[in-house]
Design a protein. Structure first.
Length: 300
């Protein structure tokens, strides 16, 4: 099998875990190393960036990207999992109006403290929260600072259901948002449907359905859903290098002097992420210090 793309933008269907998706792809295409950025719940659908082989070293960069979710909140019922798969925990007859919901969305824009759901992958004393929940353990999760860039009320298809779009940063939980918004409105709620439509440059329009991907005999450049690291991380500056001596130093984790290649100092990029490429492929991610590139992750 030939890899011309570093990433697959898979559209995950409902009723399968994110881990289940990568296991299917790994088995189908005989991939040695594979990983995903940003876990999606089994009952959620949408964009799931998949990294292949050495590109898995760059997953943390994708996790830092802005994400967009479309979701529906069902009012009046709180569940143990904060979504429709959980058992009913509490009920309220107070159903907020569209006007009240829209007025309160602005209270959740910016940097906010949020407590992840008990059914989440967050670690509590070294153990995943969802594992503790399944074992009926009594535990608490600490609040975390997350960022919300935008909240938009989309529609009210039913008196008890509101559709909303959120643009958010790393670590934001839509289920926690529904729970907290309901508390603010003196009622109960849970997530009824959830779809991730964007992760950085990965979006619904340039994704490939999991079933369509699994029907292919092999993956190749030009196929919908296959992307390079340069295209999906185009906000990071990059420098093409074809000098064998420099490439060897990078492969050994050694710093190289790159200002001589550009005939100018690189102070403006000091301590920021920087790519070095060879023949259009990312070979290292590092930082620039003065005149030198220092590798942090080597993909050679």
């Amino acid at each position: 099998m030939n890899y011309y793309g570093d990433w697959i933008n898979v559209y995950k269907p409902k009723n399968i875990s994110s881990f289940g998706v990568i296991q299917k792809i790994k088995k189908k295409f005989n991939i040695l190393k594979i990983g995903h950025a940003g876990t999606l719940d089994p009952n959620a659908e949408g964009v799931l960036p998949i990294a292949l082989e050495k590109t898995t070293k760059l997953i943390s960069l994708i996790n830092e990207q802005i994400k967009i979710y479309d979701f529906a909140i069902k009012w009046g019922i709180q569940t143990t999992t904060d979504d429709k798969d959980g058992e009913i925990l509490d009920i309220s007859k107070n159903i907020p109006s569209k006007k009240i919901i829209e007025e309160n969305l602005k209270n959740f824009i910016g940097d906010i403290l949020q407590k992840p759901p008990k059914v989440s992958a967050v670690k509590v004393d070294g153990k995943r929260a969802y594992q503790r929940f399944r074992n009926n353990e009594n535990f608490e999760i600490k609040k975390r600072l997350v960022r919300v860039y935008k909240l938009e009320f989309i529609e009210q298809p039913h008196q008890t259901i509101s559709k909303i779009r959120v643009e958010c940063g790393k670590g934001f939980y839509v289920r926690s948002f529904a729970r907290d918004l309901a508390e603010k409105l003196n009622t109960k709620a849970h997530i009824y449907t959830l779809k991730r439509v964007k992760v950085g440059n990965f979006n619904e329009n340039n994704s490939i359905l999991l079933d369509d991907l699994l029907k292919m005999s092999e993956m190749a450049f030009g196929i919908r859903g296959i992307h390079s690291s340069i295209s999906v991380l185009d906000d990071i500056p990059a420098l093409e290098i074809d000098n064998n001596e420099m490439l060897e130093k990078i492969s050994n984790g050694e710093k190289i002097r790159i200002d001589i290649l550009l005939n100018k100092p690189l102070i403006q990029n000091d301590k920021k992420n920087f790519f070095v490429t060879n023949k259009g492929k990312v070979i290292s991610l590092g930082i620039v210090e003065g005149s030198f590139f220092k590798p942090r992750k080597v993909l050679l």
